[in-house]
Write a protein that binds this ligand. Structure first.
Ligand code: ZN
Ligand code: MN
Length: 147
């Protein structure tokens, strides 16, 4: 089973476990979230879903994402401008690298993160439950565009 199939199964199983109706629309949203190509926004997901479900509203897509988020099956990457992005492929906290020009978001693989967590815990005596770590910069595509 591929990673996105595993994620799709996990999301739909969680919906079933919590006795939420499994509708074709809901399955389509779960499928898009399980891939989360490029960390889509609600608008991106809505645009993709409209191909198969032309009457589905943005509000319905949003409600379903809020539901799946409440089940812990999608990570929300919040932004002050309200254009939040979503990662249902990796629903747990992880760092992101964000291009300030084109808003591309990628997942870096960092080995040092576990060390950082224990360092923060030993320094502050907090029990760390969660983290948010974003790196902002300019991606290679945007860099090569400047004259
Ligand atoms: Zn860029
Ligand atoms: Mn991510």
């Amino acid at each position: 089973m591929s990673d996105h199939q595993k994620r799709f199964e996990a999301i739909t199983q969680k919906l079933r476990d919590h006795h939420h109706k499994i509708t074709p629309q809901r399955l389509a949203i779960a499928k898009i979230l399980s891939k989360s190509i490029g960390h889509p926004s609600v608008e991106d997901i809505h645009a993709e879903i409209k191909i198969d479900f032309p009457t589905m509203s943005l509000a319905t897509v949003y409600r379903n994402i809020v539901l799946i988020k409440s089940l812990g099956e999608v990570l929300e990457i919040g932004f002050p401008d309200g254009r939040n992005r979503y990662d249902g492929k990796r629903p747990y906290p992880h760092p992101h690298v964000i291009c300030i020009k084109c808003k591309k978001i990628v997942d870096p693989d960092l080995d040092s993160l576990d060390d950082m967590k224990s360092e923060v815990e030993s320094e502050t005596h907090f029990k760390i439950l969660n983290h948010r770590l974003d790196f902002f910069g300019i991606c290679t595509d945007c860099m090569s565009e400047k004259e």
